[in-house]
Structures are given as C-alpha cells and as structure tokens.
Design a protein around this ligand. Structure first.
Ligand SMILES: *[C@@H]1O[C@H](CO)[C@@H](O)[C@H](O)[C@H]1NC(C)=O
Ligand SMILES: *[C@@H]1O[C@H](CO)[C@@H](O)[C@H](O)[C@H]1NC(C)=O
Length: 225
C-alpha cells in the first residue's frame, strides 16, 4: 500500500497563498511515489488578498480553505479535522500564504505566532515520529515550532544574486535552529527530527530545477515514512 500523506495548503497564489507550482510539484512527485494524498487547509480568513497582476493588496476578503480548494480540485478538508493516526507523513508547500496565513512570519519575522491547527499538526506528526516535509518559506514553521531543528531555505548569503531572501537563514539561526546551506536541486534531512526541507522558490532558479528539488524532498519524506 502507498504511504498516506497529508498536504497542507495556505491559499492559492504565491503572494497571499500557496505557491501554485510548488503545490503542484509536491502532488506530482507524491503521485509518482505511489502515495495516497489528502489535502487540508485551515478554515480561516486570509491575511490579505493580492492582485497578482499588479502585485498589490486589494480590499477583498477570501477564505484560506475555499481558495486552497482551487488547487485541490475541490477535494480538501478543514485542517482542524486532520487525524495524525490516518497518515504516515505531512508536507507543507511554500508561498507567502504560509508566512501570512499559517503563521505571521511575513509581519513578525522570528517573533511570529503559528496558527493553532498548524502548530498542533506539526507537534502531532513530530511526536509520532512521522516525517514532515517543507519547502520554500515553510521551513520557518519547523524553526518556530521545533527550536534546535535543522532546516534549509537555500543559502545564508545572496550567492550569485540567486538568494535574495538569504536573511531568512539568519532569523532561523536566531530561533536556535541550524540552517544548512543547500542548492535548489537538493534537500536537507534532519534525521533526528524527521524534517525534510528544500529551498524551492527561495532560489531564483528555472522552474524545472525547483520541481526537481521538491522531488528530492518528497522522495526523502516517503523514505522516512
Ligand atoms: C522581535 O521582538 C523583539 C523583542 O520584543 C524586538 O526587539 C524585535 O524587533 C522583534 N523582531 C521582529 C522581526 O519583529
Ligand atoms: C505550539 O503548541 C504548544 C502546545 O500547546 C505550545 O506550547 C507552543 O508554544 C506552541 N508553539 C507555537 C509556535 O505557537
């Protein structure tokens, strides 16, 4: 039987929700790996709604679960209903929605709060020694919830201008975690905590390299599950 994997979304669209290519890449690699996937999102209002054509916020209100349902083709459940006993692993794709809706990193940085259902989901998988996969900005969730863990968000310096958000690595270190420098095609496995991370769109890289990097993350998660 395939590994049972929960995928947690944060809306639909890079600037206010889940990054669509990352969510899709994770789902494609999970499919190839023979996993049985169920998709979840918190039933909360989005922090903001961004006009992705202009890159500016609008005064619309949208719900994270309703927007995430677009990516899930309607087949999605409220994160509050996730039962860890029914899964072997959990994966959080990235996108600013993670830093706006799943936690408040976008405004509070390392002082952020984490949505209670996101926190309890992470705690429950960790306690059950089931693997947690995260990409792009999502590793800050692990850094905040599991001080001392090892994650990557790419490089800790803006190497070749490819890592414009490299200061995220310092914020992760300030939380007492170890930031491991990795390129976009690689992932890092924190074996003790069963946390697997890859930088995805934290690196300015061609889409297929991001896709492949997420593939290594999914592969490692399935191996640990
Ligand atoms: C976090 O909190 C500390 C102490 O209150 C404050 O000095 C710092 O500026 C805050 N950092 C961010 C990113 O908000
Ligand atoms: C997560 O939940 C635990 C248990 O309720 C709590 O002690 C901890 O402070 C929470 N962590 C965050 C980052 O909200």
């Amino acid at each position: 039987m395939g590994k049972r994997v929960a995928v947690v979304l944060a809306g639909c669209g890079v600037f206010d929700g889940s990054e669509i290519h990352e969510a899709s890449a994770a789902l494609v690699h999970l499919s190839r790996g023979g996993a049985e996937v169920k998709i979840f999102a918190p039933n909360i209002e989005q922090r903001d709604v961004v006009n992705h054509l202009k890159g500016s916020p609008t005064d619309e209100k949208r719900n994270v679960l309703v927007e995430s349902a677009r990516l899930a083709r309607g087949n999605i459940q409220d994160l509050a209903e996730l039962k860890v006993s029914e899964f072997d692993a959990v994966i959080f794709p990235g996108g600013f929605g993670v830093a706006k809706n799943l936690c408040s990193w976008a405004v509070d940085g390392k002082n952020c709060t984490v949505n209670e259902h996101v926190n309890s989901t992470l705690q429950a998988f960790h306690k059950a020694k089931k693997p947690i996969g995260l990409c792009c900005i999502s590793p800050v969730l692990a850094a905040k919830v599991f001080p001392g863990c090892e994650v990557t968000v790419g490089q800790d310096k803006n190497v070749d201008g490819r890592f414009p958000d490299a200061e995220t690595a310092s914020a992760i270190a300030e939380l007492g975690c170890k930031h491991i420098c990795k390129d976009v095609s690689e992932s890092h496995v924190d074996k003790a905590n069963k946390i697997v991370t890859t930088c995805a769109f934290m690196c300015k890289a061609p889409l297929h390299q991001i896709f492949d990097g997420i593939g290594t993350m999914v592969e490692e998660v399935l191996k640990l599950a």
